[in-house]
Design a protein around this ligand. Structure first.
Ligand code: BGC
Length: 599
């Protein structure tokens, strides 16, 4: 029993404690803003515009631009690599950082990279399942660990900023970026967004964490017909109810950056959408980080309008730099852009640089290099692979018996780490080749069984004595609009190719038990193939640890994954939507969102 007096004293003490910690937080923030104020006061207009510019590291004039045009950030995505080995990547960025530090004010650079499923631009890094697989696993702790490792391996190659996570809610599987997003469910996306931002950013001053970017704000996955950069015609209620909540979560987690999206919303380019960028995100949600543009946005989406709408840093790449810097300068001088808008943009950029501790610690930590792709990182990736697999059908084939004598493995996807990893792997559009450090699904199958395993890549052999055929089929790698279905420049469909359909038929027709493993960045129309096979697994895009797939097929682990999207039964289903965000309630999917069998 606590007596009245003691209670009173305890209460006072608690209130005092709360007040103290509040004051401390306030004063830390206030101190930071004071530092920014002092720096801003010293800056010329050119230096401010320089901070707002992001360029590529290999552009011939990168070093010169850093000195003379006061560049604020460097990006690496596709294109020439900064070096062969990680030490060379770090050395390249150290050199550029030294250039920035030798300018009049010595403001350090941010180095950003598209590390969207691990540090996927560096061959030899740990490559995790793409986000759609993480949506199927729906394990926030695991996503946090993955983001932490991605941050570390990104820092190990010289970066302090990643353009991830993509927190889109895809409304249409024709969109080529469905796999970059977690799920069609806003709830799942909210919870995995929180985990991802936390994992990447941790304590930002630590040398193994990075600034994260929530992208692409907003409506990227909800365009009409799933066209990348198309028109998103949603009502304000739909935007608020379905698409904005994950951003609120990211902002609450203090995400350092948000990237504007290529699409339009009710006819207005998102890059120039002041109401959504400034009023909703910055003011409404209290976002105090950097609003970064997407690729070449200055020349593509309205020149200085994007700055007035609220964009703080611009990917001034592929020849845009001078026009951007000149245009903004003239805009300020002619009062078309208020100086206060420029100051706000630069304040946000400096704020993140201070939060990352770059003024004290501008260089990457060389001791991290040895941690790239280490076993403990790959173990986490393998766990993610296992948890992401969704079992759609099982007519007493799985788990594969340890006693069978012969297995025939079919399909080029069975023996290619490139094909199993999708876009944004080694190259922007992915690779069809095996890459360093990865295992394939076939490697994994061989590890799991004493049965004779034969590989019949294109189903040309006649292995009619096999007890089981494992047919691995799916999509070729793609990224961004290259993956849109119906885009003029490609011939993608939502069905498997004739060749892949035949791989399955070849063995099912002969009466051999057939398990199909589908490698894809989205649900495909495979109703006939599911009917024809004895067992069917959706494996999404598992990344570098292909052997994780085999561990579940042979029953070392149970299936855990649940569909993060409802699964269509026919092409007709794509005319509308299905799942929790239905456009058209008359369409019933083959499998509902959340479906997934277990042993
Ligand atoms: C993509 C972004 C990416 C950026 C930088 C754009 O084309 O839409 O997701 O972060 O390129 O590579």
């Amino acid at each position: 029993m606590i007596n009245g007096n003691l209670k009173y004293v305890l209460c006072c003490f608690l209130i005092l404690l709360l007040n103290c910690s509040k004051k401390e937080v306030m004063s830390k923030d206030a101190q930071l803003e004071q530092k920014i104020d002092s720096l801003l006061k010293l800056m010329t207009l050119e230096e401010k515009i320089g901070q707002m510019s992001q360029i590529r590291h290999f552009e011939e004039s990168a070093e010169e631009s850093i000195s003379e045009k006061f560049i604020g950030s460097i990006i690496h995505t596709q294109g020439p690599l900064p070096g062969e080995i990680a030490e060379e990547w770090q050395a390249k960025f150290v050199k550029l950082q030294k250039k920035a530090l030798s300018t009049r004010l010595g403001i350090p650079l941010l180095f950003g990279v598209d590390a969207v499923h691990g540090q996927n631009t560096f061959e030899g890094a740990t490559i995790f399942p793409h986000n759609i697989g993480l949506g199927a696993a729906n394990n926030p702790d695991l996503v946090e660990k993955i983001a932490k490792i991605t941050a570390l391996e990104s820092q190990a190659t010289g970066f302090n900023w990643v353009f991830s996570p993509c927190i889109a809610i895809p409304f249409n599987e024709k969109w080529g970026r469905v796999y970059e997003s977690f799920s069609e469910s806003t709830k799942i996306t909210e919870s995995l967004t929180k985990a991802s931002v936390r994992g990447h950013q941790g304590n930002l001053e630590d040398s193994s964490t990075v600034m994260a970017t929530a992208k692409h704000y907003v409506g990227d996955g909800a365009t009409n017909f799933g066209v990348e950069g198309g028109e998103t015609s949603l009502s304000t209620e739909q935007l608020q109810g379905l698409l904005l909540p994950p951003y609120k979560v990211a902002v609450k987690e203090k995400v350092g950056a948000v990237m504007a999206s290529f699409n339009t919303v009710t006819g207005i380019s998102m890059h120039a959408h002041k109401a959504l960028l400034t009023d909703t995100l910055k003011v409404g949600m209290n976002f105090d980080g950097i609003l970064v543009s997407d690729w070449k946005a200055y020349s593509r989406f309205g020149g200085i309008d994007i700055i007035n709408a609220g964009v703080d840093m611009v990917m001034a790449v592929d020849g845009d730099l001078d026009d951007f810097q000149q245009g903004v300068k003239e805009g300020v001088e002619s009062n078309k852009i208020p100086l206060s808008r420029i100051d706000d943009a630069v304040r946000r950029i400096l704020r993140q640089k201070f939060r990352l501790g770059l003024f004290q610690n501008p260089f990457p930590d060389s001791s991290l290099v040895k941690k790239i792709g280490i076993t403990s990182h790959r173990e986490i990736a393998k766990q993610a692979v296992r948890e992401s697999l969704v079992l759609l059908k099982n007519k007493s084939v799985l788990p594969i018996s340890k006693n069978i004598k012969k297995i025939v493995v079919v399909g080029e996807h069975a023996n290619s780490s490139g094909l199993q990893s999708g876009g944004w792997t080694v190259n922007w559009q992915g690779t069809e080749e095996n890459y360093k450090g990865a295992t394939t699904i076939l490697d994994g199958i061989k590890k799991q069984t004493k049965a004779k395993v034969v590989y019949d890549k294109e189903a040309e052999g006649d292995h009619l004595d096999a007890d089981l055929a494992i047919v691995v089929v799916g999509e070729q790698p793609y990224a961004e609009f290259f993956g849109d279905i119906g885009h003029e420049s490609n011939k993608l469909t939502l069905e498997l190719t004739i060749e892949h359909k035949n791989y399955i038929r070849k063995y099912t027709r002969k009466g051999i038990k057939t398990l199909v493993v589908l490698i894809s960045g989205r649900p495909l129309v495979v109703t006939d193939e599911i009917n024809a096979s004895d067992a069917f697994v959706a494996a999404w895009l598992p990344g570098s640890e292909g052997d994780g797939v085999a561990e579940v097929l042979f029953g070392e682990y149970n299936f855990k994954g649940k569909l993060p999207h409802s699964w269509p039964k026919s092409l007709e289903d794509y005319k509308g939507k299905y799942g929790p965000n239905f456009w058209d309630n008359s369409i019933k999917p083959l499998y509902e969102f959340g479906y997934g069998l277990q042993y």
